[in-house]
Design a protein around this ligand. Structure first.
Ligand SMILES: [Mg+2]
Length: 492
């Protein structure tokens, strides 16, 4: 007789018999997973809302940065900056999200979760530890004051590339630079280029050059709809651009959907987030070329503009926690929706693929770093023990006490030498790991063992996060996303 026993505690029931004969792994590849900060059950979600830029529409960062820099430089020269700027080559890979620009000193900084500056550059010259300590470690940094500017969107990476490139070039010519004015002029120039439609026009003229078409996006949206979820679009982009950009990634993708508009039950453009989550503006309805105030209900197939969270929830009878909002922007999409509503949040982090690849490639170094940490603790214990013994023998004035002290002194020197070697190896390995993540800044989300300030925001405001919207395709629309156990240091 065959008796099936339940697995013993601690014994995994997997793999199932025959599972290893399957050609594909039952596990979703790490790069395509949804990572969970707070439990989220998709069964309780009736509406899934999407931001557009860098969420549904993924831009090719290098080419878009180059376009934005070109428009910025032209406008800087028109504002009186030297024409020499047109001849410079800018490093489009310089910036990452979460950096802080110190406009007073012309520095660009990365902070850890405690707002301590850990890396900084002036132009592309790395600031020494001494410079960082002198300027930023003796008093608390206030990132929201006018002295600083926080880079929270992928659109802003070109601004910091332009900033450091111009500072390098002008200082190399011996010119003194007005750092505040330079930053202000860069911001105004790129804002103008967006506002007057120059950037949008260039993107729509060659969408394949600037926009990556994700072949799984349409089927992901379709799967959510087929499971009974209703979808909405909530974007700050104007209708003309939304129409072209979403058309380039969704039109003709599936025969059931004649155009991108057919995927959504409600469409709001020109939303002005984060303002939209607070007081907002009157909700307008596109009627052909004309915009008029909304009359009655929101209708599927129509285009709306502006409005506010309160209007939107009332018109669609949303209860808040039955909404999952998917966006890429920490402040405009994640933070405001978390603070002003009870919407659940999924953050799209396009950089996550690179972060995961670097994390995987650095496993040997990361494992050695953990070993070195353990060794350091052991050496420090030995040091404390030997120091106490040294003092004890010091209280014995006879020859044997002196001889013991001499022996312990030699041991102490050995342990100190090992600690120094340990620290050297640790520092070299950390630099190696940093370079693998990002040549200038290291990891986007981490600062070695701690979260970076950006990583902390992801942790605080995103219930789940993933690389792109189509990563949801691997999961059931009834998925229960569960967060890992949140251990405190004393539980480790
Ligand atoms: Mg966006």
């Amino acid at each position: 007789m065959l008796i099936k026993r339940p697995p013993e505690p601690g014994q995994l029931a997997l793999p199932l018999p025959g599972l290893d004969e399957l050609e594909e792994s039952p596990r979703i590849a790490r790069a395509d997973r949804v990572f969970v900060n707070r439990n989220l059950q998709l069964t309780g979600i009736d509406w899934v809302g999407f931001d557009m830029d860098y969420t549904l529409v993924i831009y090719r960062q290098g080419t878009l940065d180059a376009l934005q820099i070109q428009h910025t430089v032209e406008r800087l020269v028109a504002r009186g900056w030297p024409p020499l700027l047109r001849t410079l080559s800018f490093d489009v890979g310089f910036g990452i999200r979460g950096l802080l620009v110190d406009k007073r000193h012309g520095h660009v900084l990365k902070m850890n979760r405690y707002k301590v500056v850990t890396v900084g550059y002036h132009g592309t010259r790395r600031l020494s530890q001494g410079e960082l300590e002198e300027l930023y470690h003796s008093r608390r940094i206030r990132p929201h004051t006018s002295r600083y500017h926080w880079l929270d969107t992928l659109f802003a990476l070109s601004e910091v590339s332009t900033y450091v490139g111009v500072i390098d070039a002008l200082e190399a010519r011996g010119e003194s630079v007005d750092f505040e004015r330079l930053w202000r002029d860069i911001r105004t120039s790129i804002d103008d280029a967006h506002r007057d439609g120059s950037i949008h026009e260039a993107i729509l003229a060659e969408p394949a050059r600037y926009i990556e078409r994700d072949p799984l996006l349409a089927v992901t949206l379709h799967k959510l709809r087929s499971a009974g979820k209703r979808l909405f679009l909530l974007t700050n982009s104007p209708y003309s651009f939304t129409d072209g950009a979403l058309g380039s990634v969704l039109d003709r993708a599936l025969p059931e959907y004649p155009s991108w508009r057919h995927y959504f039950d409600a469409i709001v453009v020109g939303a002005s987030k984060p303002h939209w989550f607070q007081e907002g503006s009157p909700l307008l309805e596109h009627d052909g070329e004309v915009l008029r105030h909304l009359r009655g209900r929101l209708e599927r197939g129509k285009i709306y503009e502006g409005g506010s969270l309160t209007d939107f929830e009332r018109l669609l009878a949303l209860t808040g926690s039955n909404v999952l909002y998917v966006g890429d922007h920490v402040y405009g999409d994640m933070l405001r929706s978390k603070k002003e509503s009870s919407w659940r949040t999924a953050m799209i982090i396009p950089e996550l693929g690179q972060e995961l690849a670097a994390h995987h490639a650095c496993q040997p170094q990361l494992s050695r770093l953990r070993q070195l940490e353990e060794l350091r603790e052991r050496f420090e214990d030995e040091l404390r023990f030997l120091q106490a013994r040294f003092k004890e023998y010091g209280r014995q004035p006879d020859a044997s006490g002196k001889a013991e002290q001499l022996r312990i002194k030699k041991l102490l020197e050995q342990v100190r030498g090992r600690l120094r070697a340990n620290a050297r190896e640790e520092s070299e390995l950390k630099q190696e790991v940093d370079r693998r993540f990002h040549p200038w800044w290291g990891s986007l989300l981490k600062d070695h063992n701690e979260r970076s300030s950006f990583g902390l925001q992801v942790d605080t405001y995103a219930d789940v996060y993933t690389r792109r919207v189509s990563c949801l395709l691997g999961y059931s629309p009834q998925q229960s996303f569960r967060s890992p156990q949140d251990l405190m240091p004393h539980e480790l």
